[in-house]
Design a protein around this ligand. Structure first.
Ligand code: GLN
Length: 200
């Protein structure tokens, strides 16, 4: 089974660990550059993207992670993790940085305060015909994608429009929502399959 790392500087690490293990992966927390060497995929969990960005700097993890992503290591970012994978971020702090792993503009805290947490049943490409229960917690949405990005799911948002909330570009996967807080492991299984495909 593949070994998958979870960036464990901040955020919901335990929940992702359980889901990845249920999906058949070995899981290790990653806090230092050398811990990246043993993993063949990496999860960037939800939390707070500007805090994670600062901690990536403090722990001197930004460059090592960026290099691994550029070299083709599969990566999955959920919520704050999605923000970290964007090529452009709207409404973040001026000193925040991110990885530009997916050609997309992401709007941070897009769903607004009064409805900053909600759930929806969404059809997600690649997960089969059963809708996925999705949980959005102060979530970003994808405002714009480049030609190489596949949109896997959209949600009808409070602004009355549909917005992309699950995307993939090559070996990078991102969701606005938190699949680790439900009992459905299909997103994690999808990512474990991506890692298997990249290493075989
Ligand atoms: N709003 C958070 C951010 O900007 C993301 C929230 C989450 O990860 N649940 O990073």
């Amino acid at each position: 089974s593949p070994t998958i790392g979870i960036l464990a500087l901040q955020g919901d690490v335990a929940e992702h660990t359980r889901h990845l293990e249920a999906a058949g992966a070995k899981v290790v927390p990653v806090r230092r550059p050398e811990e990246l060497e043993s993993v063949s995929g990496l999860v960037l969990p939800g939390g707070e993207s500007t805090t994670m960005s600062r901690l990536l700097d403090v722990y001197e993890m930004y460059e090592p992670v960026a290099e691994k992503i550029q070299a083709g290591m599969p990566v999955y970012g959920s919520c704050a993790g999605m923000i970290l994978l964007a090529s452009e971020v709207v409404d973040t702090r001026p000193d925040a940085t991110w990885f530009s792993a997916i050609d997309m503009t992401v709007r941070r805290n897009a769903f607004g305060r009064q409805v900053d947490s909600f759930e929806a049943d969404l059809l997600v490409d690649g997960l089969g015909p059963e809708p996925l229960r999705t949980v959005f917690i102060r979530a970003p949405w994808v405002e714009d994608v480049g030609p190489d990005v596949t949109v896997l799911a959209r949600v009808h948002a409070p602004d009355g429009r549909d917005h992309a909330v699950a995307v993939r570009q090559g070996t990078a996967l991102a969701t606005s929502f938190h699949p680790e807080v439900t009992s459905d492991i299909r997103v994690h299984r999808y990512f474990v399959d991506m890692v298997r495909g990249a290493t075989s």
